[in-house]
Ligand binder design. Sequence first.
Ligand code: UD1
Length: 420
Amino acid sequence: MERLVIRGGKRLSGKMNVHGAKNSALPILAAALMTDDVCVIHNCPQLTDIEAAIKILEYLGCKVSRQADTVIVDSKGVNRYDIPDSLMREMRSSVVFLGSILSRMGRAQLSFPGGCEIGLRPIDLHISSIKRFGVEVKEEYGRLFFEVKGKLKATEIVLSFPSVGATENIMLTACCADGVTTVVNAAREPEISDLADFLNSCGAKIYGAGEGNLTIEGVKKLHSAEHTVIPDRIVATTYMCCAAVTNGSILIDNIVPSHLGLVLPTLEEMGCFISIDEKSNALMITAPPKLRRIKNIVTMPHPGFPTDAQAPLMAVASVAQGTSVFVENIFESRYKHASELARLGAKIKVEGKVAIVEGVECLSGASVMATDLRGGASLVIAGLCAKGKTEISNVYHIDRGYEELERQLRLVGADIKRKE
Ligand code: UD1
């Protein structure tokens, strides 16, 4: 079992580089399956979740090769429509392959993703939306069987909640369906627009991505395309939080300022100074010696405050002056990191959706366990400012979403090592 060992208290300064967005690369890799051609995807991060997606593509019959951050998918040889249980379990978001397999093969078979570390994460919205395209769905012994007789038929969908995954599956299913599909209350995350951009460069006709209402004109076939994945806004947020807790001064390269939305004013409210260089897609964050509290953070679908940034910001609030209030509206059990932060001396009280964080003067190192991807990142942030040694176990959670996090942090002066 690998652990991260951090000796806290170093002031971070220098430059960090943000890799491509995991949550964009995953649906884009799934979409590449639909082209029956060769797609070249740049800025694809080297993460365990991405490797899991590549394994699924290979299992389905694609030839996949990687050259540094470029992944080349040749989907001419696709000959399967099922995802085995073992691959589904490697990554819950493998459900995003549903739409692309259905579109390519007319049927799909996968297992129920089930619960995960941050909540139940049902897929009822995915299934009810897919059914509207004329797809028959059967469930037997935890396996789901999808089949369409003839062509997928375009439809009108009103989502009761703007689910990111369900919106992606609808887009993938609708691209080559017969007719025009409309989606009301679609997710508006930047990753949705990135997927639409990729599909459109493959010949799809998707309009309104990022605006909440989508119109998708079905086309006969998609063709090959070359695409560069957007930078990962949550990685950028995590780096900013690392600077915030260490009185740091970091230049963060490869960002899209508009994707960082409410995270920027939140860190400014805490006393950080942020200057953005739109031309070079970079920002400079300089943190004060003592941070102020955040009045409240309420997670919401985009453009609201992102749920993935809640845990990193909670680590920051733990060492701010005053009391900060968090309300988690997206996932039902996304405060597991709170009890681990408490081991480092944070004062956090959780009641249902609400967490109240009373800032302390300083944290002190301890052995803690990453509970999930972003919860793990919050422990790294806390460890960077804690007095003494922090050891984080279950690092595999962090490796799902951060490429060489410790190397990036060492570049800016952190004392962090990976140990067996
Ligand atoms: C995606 C992101 C994840 C992010 C989340 C919200 C990926 C790979 N993951 O997850 O990092 O935290 O968006 O921004 O892109 N729900 C249902 N039924 C459904 C679908 C969703 O009840 O059929 C619920 C979920 O349980 C959750 C909420 O809706 O409580 C949000 O889920 P969703 O937007 O679908 O998130 P994901 O696509 O799973």
